[in-house]
Design a binder for this molecule. Sequence first.
Ligand code: V47
Length: 364
Amino acid sequence: MNIHSIEEKVRAGGRIDEDEALFLFHTQDIHALGRMAEMARRRWNGNRVYYIVNRHINYSNVCVDSCKFCAFARKPGKNGAFEYSIEEMVERAERGAAEGATEFHIVGGLHPALPYEYYLDLLRTLKARFPAIHLKCFTAVEISHMARLFHRGIEQMLRDLIDAGLGSLPGGGAEMFSQRVRDILCPEKLYVEEWLEVHRTAHRLGLRSNATMLYGHVEQPEEIIDHLAHIRPLQDESGGFLTFIPLRFQSRNTRLEGVMCTGLKDLRVHAVSRIYLDNVPHMKSYWTMLGVKCAQVMLQFGADDFDGTVVDEKIVHMAGSSSPKRLHVSEIRRLIEEAGREPVERNTLFEPITRTEPLPAVTA
Ligand code: V47
């Protein structure tokens, strides 16, 4: 095995295996790695790089789990714990709608006491108030938690949420699938099979979803490849994943404070993910975690999606991310254009959006 034979395979549209992915992960020929990732990106997306006008809204940080990587969660009643009423959620959503958002990204902790009706009412109310805005809500971990708490199967839980207005699932909560890593980071977290099962069921019910991977903590390169090797077969089976999102770990205020991820690791993770996951149409460069400058560089290492304006994200900002709280569309477009790509505004399902009027001014 050598870099040239792998490059030839990728050029010809062939599929690399786990050993080849690991070989690529270790190569010092970063330029060849970037070239291959760019071939893979271009095959799916030509010269386009997407972005979305969206708003993240966290309904609560109360969580029964105690993951070592998390600075967001609080135990019920503890200092800093919050949960928003539906009216407060609507208020936040209203600000997003006023700024032209086409998507609300809504996630929270594993709350032990919010009633079943809260989740359904939240979706119903937002859908009634903002019928044109897509509701991308609840990670697989939250869905599985709700199903257990409310004595429903995963499928029934998803059906109820879909009836109430759920449009798709975000990719969070996957962390890293290696059991060794989970034993260190999040021993209480649901089993890998359950995370995959929630997405498999969602896809069967017609929902699209995303997949994430939290890296840059205690993992080994083999465990990164192992994570990808769980996603690819499910995508072969269902075709339901829209985007893969590498999430770079932010250590501040967590129990792993001081752990540092390097720039080259960011490049390797993004490029190898793009090449290996040859069946997932999009890969995100998530500026909130990478930082804006590093996120721009990823557009030359396989990423074709810049996520969005975001606004009001709490999970990474509570973990000390120094990224801004929001980006303006003009800034996103400039970052994309400077990388030599064509910026395309999209909705959640990656349909291009043409605005006939300029975006409204930013409020808060
Ligand atoms: O599930 C938690 C991760 C995820 C930290 O689907 C952390 O479009 C870094 O999933 N450092 C939530 N990461 C974010 C997420 C996401 C983001 C943007 C777009 C989409 C999408 C999904 O953040 C969690 C967890 O894996 N996380 N703590 C931390 N300290």
